[in-house]
Write a protein that binds this ligand. Structure first.
Ligand code: ZN
Length: 127
């Protein structure tokens, strides 16, 4: 099972959207789109950490992408989506044939109460 790659910053659980690589000879950090595979000398960063990236004094940052997109759905995500669609389709009402439409039986009488009354409910919709 393939896990979605996460930001490599400690305590960050956001999905990685960019890959940061360092060129020590040129004192350059290169921030680009998420690499296809996790590289041992590269750092996957989420959108937040990619935008907050800072580099040591004297280094420069080359940003290859200005907008980052999440990694495409993994096969696991697609399976989950397919399962959700399948689950939802079970609730499609079945066509009923051979039955005449009959009025629903009256199971109880609602006594007329006159004018409807309204009450002010504290809290309202924001409660
Ligand atoms: Zn992060």
């Amino acid at each position: 099972m393939k896990m979605r790659r996460q930001c490599s910053r400690s305590a960050c659980v956001r999905p990685a959207v960019a890959t940061l690589t360092y060129d020590y000879d040129d004192s350059t950090a290169v921030l680009g789109p998420l690499s296809l595979q996790a590289e041992p000398h590269a750092y996957d960063l989420c959108e937040v950490h990619a935008e907050r990236l800072t580099v040591p004094r004297g280094w420069q940052v080359v940003r290859l992408a200005t907008e980052f997109e999440p990694a495409p759905p993994s096969p696991d995500d697609l399976l989950a989506l397919a399962e959700a669609v399948r689950e939802a389709s079970r609730f499609v009402p079945q066509r009923v044939t051979g039955l005449r439409a009959e009025p629903a039986p009256v199971t109880h009488e609602v006594a007329p109460t006159g004018r409807p009354t309204f009450e002010i409910v504290k809290g309202g919709l924001d409660a």
